[in-house]
Design a protein around this ligand. Structure first.
Ligand code: UDX
Ligand code: ADP
Length: 465
């Protein structure tokens, strides 16, 4: 393989594999990138005008190179055979049953993708672990590949964790803080590391491409997410103190963030963090710590998730209390269902937990989100343990217009910080609501004074109003 005619295959056309490998194709016109997935509908969507993922800037990147050096296909075996480098970007959900249920990552998809590579490869490959995985997954991948390798075929394993955040994936990929590549520190491992480093060097400054051992690289991914989530849980814990004392959590965060040792980012209090990574990665870390017989370490990290759950239940209790201790038959407009703005992703969204409780409290729930698909909302809320399809039908209505969602509502509960919620005509919203009209700002981003002047009863996380 030469630098010019390198062929890359990405297994898994999801939130990670899709944008990451599309940007590689965009930045490396001489490299051929084929993204494959078993899910044919998903591949069809990637080949259509309506991409399966909403991500600002993604359309431009895909449309610029699709059909040129970027291809989406469900011919997994062929793409594996042709590739020099294979990214494994399949899903790794938290296990729902068996050993480690609720904590450990389910590696069945990683294993099956790895076995497929071993089975069909007819030449040597560099296999890159891209999915978020527990420490030492690369070791299992290596064992499977080595046990199945045939004469003259060599597999080198790299860990190349993804640090993109949804909603800003394209800028995160174009201008990363760092690119991390882990490998076995053998001459072959380092050679493989250099091949991947050369791909990134097409657009990432050399000093930002960091190489290290496999285990450090795998643990760094879990550690980075755990540290970020820990900051949010820390500020959320402080938000409870603020509500009880009259301090303002935004002011506290501002004051603390000016200390250059602390810094201002990831100190925004909220109804709780969501997303596919934070909780999963922390639970992985907890599981790892327990397996290593480090119970105090496990307990320490577990507390970050406990605090996140507490934040959601505290907000729920505040809503019930302010609505005269009952939600029965009240109309609640839920603004935002995605786990953060600028994404249609709902994985671990605080909205799922909140709406589950609203259903249990027998409220009528009107949901509006600018990007989340109706079918996704229904799927999330009809999961076992959330609501039955009958309860869902009885309690939940989806709207495509925020004014309609808020019509005849007793309260608006803002759960995602979509920009458009800041600029709604709240006088118009207010006029069509039941009185007293409440707004619960779970993102601390609306203009409280303005809303109060209109007549709203406003409740904000981390602040007495
Ligand atoms: C995260 C990491 O940021 C990224 O590096 C990693 O690769 C994947 O996991 P993501 O989950 O996409 O990315 O979004 P992020 O911006 O980190 O937000 C996660 C959650 O935390 C969201 O629910 C967000 O609303 C919440 N959050 C974030 C806060 O509540 N307060 C903050 O200050 C920041
Ligand atoms: P992530 O957020 O980690 O990218 P997603 O669930 O969005 O996770 O995407 C993972 C994708 O991987 C899914 O589209 C799934 O169909 C695909 N996938 C899982 N296992 C395999 C496999 N063995 N071969 C090909 N694709 C796979």
């Amino acid at each position: 393989m030469t630098k010019e005619n390198l062929k890359i295959c990405c297994i898994g056309a999801g939130y990670v594999g899709g944008p990451t490998c599309a940007v590689i194709a965009y930045k490396c016109p001489t490299v051929t990138v084929t993204i494959v997935d078993l899910n044919e509908d998903r591949i069809a969507a990637w080949n259509s005008d309506n991409l399966p993922i909403y991500e600002p800037g993604l359309d431009d990147v895909v449309f610029a190179c699709r059909g040129r050096n970027l291809f989406f296909s469900s011919e997994v075996d062929q793409a594996i055979q042709e590739a020099d480098l294979i990214f494994v970007s399949v899903n790794t959900p938290t296990k729902k049953s068996g050993i480690g249920a609720g904590f450990a990552a389910d590696l069945a998809y990683v294993e099956s993708a790895t076995r497929r590579i071993a089975q069909v490869a007819t030449s040597s490959k560099i296999v890159i672990e891209k999915s978020t995985v527990p420490c030492r997954t690369a070791e299992s991948m290596r064992a499977i590949l080595e046990a199945n390798s045939r004469d003259g075929i060599r597999f080198d394993i790299l860990s190349n964790p993804e640090f993109l955040a949804e909603g800003t994936a394209i800028p995160d990929l174009m201008y990363p803080d760092r690119v991390l590549i882990g490998s076995l520190q053998t001459p072959e491992g380092i050679k493989a590391q250099n091949v991947l480093a050369d791909v990134y060097a097409n657009w990432v400054p050399k000093e930002k491409i960091i190489t290290m051992g496999l285990w450090s690289s795998e643990l760094s991914k879990l550690a980075a997410n755990a540290l970020l989530a820990q900051r949010i849980s820390s500020i959320n814990a402080l938000s409870a103190i603020c509500e009880a004392t009259g301090a303002d959590v935004d002011e506290v965060a501002y004051a603390c963030g000016l200390d250059s040792r602390i810094g201002p980012k990831f100190l925004k209090a909220s109804v709780g963090f969501g997303g596919s990574c934070f909780q999963k990665d922390i639970l992985n870390l907890v599981y790892l710590s327990e397996s290593l017989h480090l119970p105090e370490v496990a307990e320490y990290w577990k507390q970050v998730v406990t605090m996140n759950e507490y934040q959601k239940s505290r907000f729920l209790e505040r809503i019930v209390k302010r609505l005269f201790n009952t939600l029965t038959n009240k109309n609640l407009a839920v603004f935002g269902f995605a786990f953060k703005k600028n994404t249609g992703d709902t994985r671990e969204s605080a909205a799922i937990t909140l709406v589950k409780h609203f259903i249990q409290e027998k409220a009528n729930i009107h949901i509006y989100d600018p990007k989340v698909e109706d079918a996704q909302i229904e799927m999330d809320l009809c999961e076992p343990g959330i609501a039955t399809p009958e309860q869902y039908k009885k309690s939940v209505t989806i709207f495509h217009d925020p004014y309609e969602a808020a019509k005849n509502a007793d309260a608006i509960v803002v759960l995602t910080e979509w920009d458009e919620f800041k600029t709604l005509d709240y006088q118009r919203v207010y006029n069509n609501m039941h009185k007293p009209a409440f707004i619960f700002d779970g993102r601390l981003f609306l203009d409280t004074k303005k809303l109060q002047n209109i007549g709203f009863q406003v409740e904000v996380i981390g602040r007495q109003v």
